[in-house]
Design a protein around this ligand. Structure first.
Ligand SMILES: NC(=O)c1ccc[n+]([C@@H]2O[C@H](COP(=O)([O-])OP(=O)(O)OC[C@H]3O[C@@H](n4cnc5c(N)ncnc54)[C@H](O)[C@@H]3O)[C@@H](O)[C@H]2O)c1
Length: 253
């Protein structure tokens, strides 16, 4: 079960952190992976890890907020390698290089755009680039990595981020309905607090944060990757339009 042999996947923002973990796990299940990142060295690093483990991966360097660049990258990959069956919209700015929490009252309109750009319009740009092909081939899996901030209210200054992630969640729900008869599923993985250890910082702070998570630890790229493997598999064909909470029990619905 959950084999991805013969499938190909594009994972955005996969040069480090959660996206790199998702790319590694999809490749380990047999998928050929297009590793996207803004940063070519990071993308190449993830590809090298996948190849070293016996998988197949290629870099595809572009900015997900540029719809033309996304389309060109998808066309190039599909001509050279394989049609994209699985898209994981992971690029976002809630991670290691994220943002300083700012309450909405302290924000100015110029702050708003960058949250919508990567977390919402980037999702649309990459989805647009792959969707026609998926529908024509009557198989597709679109998975968007969102956040608990997109499903629940918080007081500590993440409303701009939460609004953009919430928009992406709603987009996946509608896309799921529009594409259900074409063999394409669309789901969201809403992550809780993830472990920043790959970037080697602030272990004491991490341990303190873990105390507030029922399972007793922060999430890992493997937790996110395993969920994506499942949603990408043939076995998950009847799951669409859903938001899967992967958060160690921090939020229940
Ligand atoms: N880290 C967390 O605690 C956490 C919690 C909930 C949700 N998330 C979400 O999970 C996803 C991954 O987070 P992470 O912690 O691995 O982040 P990260 O900052 O460690 O890595 C993100 C990667 O995406 C790339 N990237 C950023 N903007 C891009 C763009 N416009 N085009 C292409 N690549 C781009 C960066 O270069 C980087 O390599 C994000 O969507 C984030 O919002 C993270």
């Amino acid at each position: 079960m959950f084999a991805l042999d013969g499938r190909s996947a594009m994972v955005t923002g996969a040069g480090q952190g959660v996206g790199a973990g998702i790319a590694r796990l999809l490749a380990a299940q047999g998928a050929i992976v297009a590793v996207n990142d803004l940063d070519p060295e990071r993308a190449e690093h993830t590809c090298a890890e996948i190849r070293a483990a016996g998988g197949r991966a290629f870099t595809t360097v572009f900015d997900v907020t540029d719809p033309q660049a996304a389309l060109l990258a998808v066309r190039t990959f599909e001509r050279a390698v394989a049609p994209i069956d699985i898209l994981v919209n992971n690029a976002g700015n809630g991670g290691a290089e994220g943002f300083r929490p700012t309450r909405f009252r302290q924000s100015v309109p110029e702050d708003w755009q960058r949250f919508a750009d990567v977390n919402l319009f980037g999702v649309m740009a990459c989805t647009k680039a792959v969707l026609d092909g998926m529908c024509a081939r009557r198989f597709g899996r679109v998975i968007t990595i969102a956040s608990a901030a997109g499903v629940s209210g918080q007081s500590f200054g993440i409303s701009l981020y939460g609004a953009a992630k919430g928009g992406a969640i709603a987009f996946m729900r509608h896309l799921a309905m529009e594409s259900a008869r074409d063999g394409v599923t669309a789901n969201t993985v809403a992550l809780g607090l993830m472990d920043p250890r790959p970037s080697g910082r602030d272990l004491a702070h991490t341990a303190e944060q873990a105390k507030h998570i029922p399972v007793g630890r922060l999430g890992t790229p493997q937790d996110a990757g395993a969920t994506c493997v499942f949603l990408a598999s043939d076995e998950a064909a009847w799951i669409t339009g859903q938001t899967i909470q992967v958060n160690g029990g921090a939020i229940t619905t």
